[in-house]
Design a protein around this ligand. Sequence first.
Ligand code: GUN
Length: 292
Amino acid sequence: MQLIDGKQIASEIKKEIFEEVEQMKAEGKKVPHLAAILVGHDGGSESYVAHKIKDCQEVGYTSTLIRFEEDVTGEELLNQVEVLNNDADIDGFIVQLPLPKHIPEQKVIEAISPEKDVDGFHPVNVGRMVLGIPSFVSATPFGIVQLLKRCGIETNGKNCVIIGRSNIVGRPLSILMSHKNINATVTVAHSRTKNLEEVCHQADILVAAMGVPGFVKANMVKEGAVVIDVGTTRIPAPETKSGYRLKGDVKFDEVAPLCSWITPVPGGVGPMTRVSLLLNTLQAAKNKNRYV
Ligand code: GUN
């Protein structure tokens, strides 16, 4: 069994980005600028956005955090999106999800200019990704594809079973894995799938992305399979500094001995998700190709 060290791979990619930013500076180019809109004070969202800002600082990007209180109106938020769309200094921006219930989330996503949509959530980017033409791909699926490539894991003709069909992980990943540069045969399993255990057992590459801690057990995994755990459920743990522990969707201890490769949680997919946003932001800046 080999561990897929997402933390190490992400840190290598960050080093590459840092060097590219240094090069941009040396050539007198503007460094990439990412903005993040954060609504309210949800612990998870606060922590995700803080990480995104920290990542930007580490690779030399400019970053801007724009905060709104929970009671912000949809109109105020849409106005802010429009300001960022028109701000020539901002290369890309994200609106951290989920938004409060009274805000029409899809309307906000669709208001973001597709050229600045570094989350890859806008239907234009999703459609372009499906067609296999240049687009921003959402961070987690993008990160998983990078992990498979950087570990040299064979995907051609392999059976890939993805458990979970969310718009930001399972569904886009299923499309990417079927593209001609990857060539996997893809099954998307979900809560209504019959004989899930059998379906998962057919997988050469099994991706657990439904957000149910410890769901994937040894009896669902074929000997020699590659297992990618996307789960990041926060379990309260008062003894830790952060106050919580992350739990994956895979029972690591019983599944790992069966695998050829497996991602740990934490330190597997999570760091790659973070670095993917940096890669998309770099791409957005390059697409504009502007000089100061
Ligand atoms: N909430 C959970 N994941 C994400 C993400 O990748 N981007 C945004 N904007 N919100 C999220």
